[in-house]
Ligand binder design. Sequence first.
Ligand SMILES: *[C@@H]1O[C@H](CO)[C@@H](O)[C@H](O)[C@H]1NC(C)=O
Length: 351
Amino acid sequence: MAVLTYTPWLLAITEFLILASITKSEVPAIIVFGDSSVDAGNNNVIATLLKSNFRPYGRDFAGGRPTGRFCNGRIPPDFISEAFGLKPTVPAYLDPAYNIADFATGVCFASAGTGYDNATSAVLNVIPMWKELEYYKDYQNKLRAHLGNKKANEVLREALYLVSLGTNDFLENYYTFPTRRAQFTVQQYEDFLITLSGNFLGELYGLGARKISLTGVPPMGCLPLERTTNIMGHHGCMEKYNNVALEFNGKLKTMASRLNKELHGLRLEIADAYNIFNQIIRRPSLYGFEVVEKACCGTGTFEMSYLCSDQSPFTCKDADKYVFWDSFHPTEKTNHIISNHLIPHLLEKFR
Ligand SMILES: *[C@@H]1O[C@H](CO)[C@@H](O)[C@H](O)[C@H]1NC(C)=O
């Protein structure tokens, strides 16, 4: 029993061990790469038509403010940041309203419309992935100047990196333009994207990232825009696209376990958003939704970006009843449910 009698000395050691374990496991920042699923407003300041910094976008965001998020409110990185005890929103790197002090705990380099393939980002003249990495290098320099080398390197090493993209490579590029289809079967194109994804993650690792959560593609055949064009299928989901999504996500998993073996100290996890998203789409009423086939904005069939207008008399009153906000993007409520589903695993794995 003597062992259990805490002397002040033992108590001090215990406290030290607890503190050390907390410090060690902390995530000091959330750093985001990818497309519109995670873009917090970088497209606002670049020369693209793919923007969302006007109403009705952001109408349920704090202050009813459109930010450039493709949503009525917050997007998954915001919810994840909050769950890790950090800011309730992750700001866009190119947003002039923020500075390096803000970015020290969270920063977003994502660009709506981008993809792994350079040809995808070229379609709407958005930020390609290699350039998101250039901005990240620029950020590293600013962070080192701001915090000092030692502290900055620790933040960069312990931060949680969220990477989410891929849908645009298939829907905006492969199935829309003939160039890639003439070069690759869809399986070959998946493999091409997997190689690009692996290269991107390898570069990110080389720059110091260790904790990475990579999100695959959603049930992209069920996006309202794809249902609208599925005339032969009576506006049901394009199951062909969903099957590609599942196949691609499976290949991402294989790639991830290979990288985890090859790159010392890497903790790369695939965030499976497909399944929870698919459950919401198949049984919306279980989650309190009333509409899944159409989006809230406009007629809900094709509108996004500039076609989503505050003037449209069709836009829904209560976005919480809708799974989709515009024809390509989920509502804040859907984002929240998906995030809540992913968060326990992220906390367990990375905190
Ligand atoms: C994409 O473009 C960048 C910049 O031009 C280039 O460095 C990179 O190799 C390209 N990637 C592919 C796969 O072509």
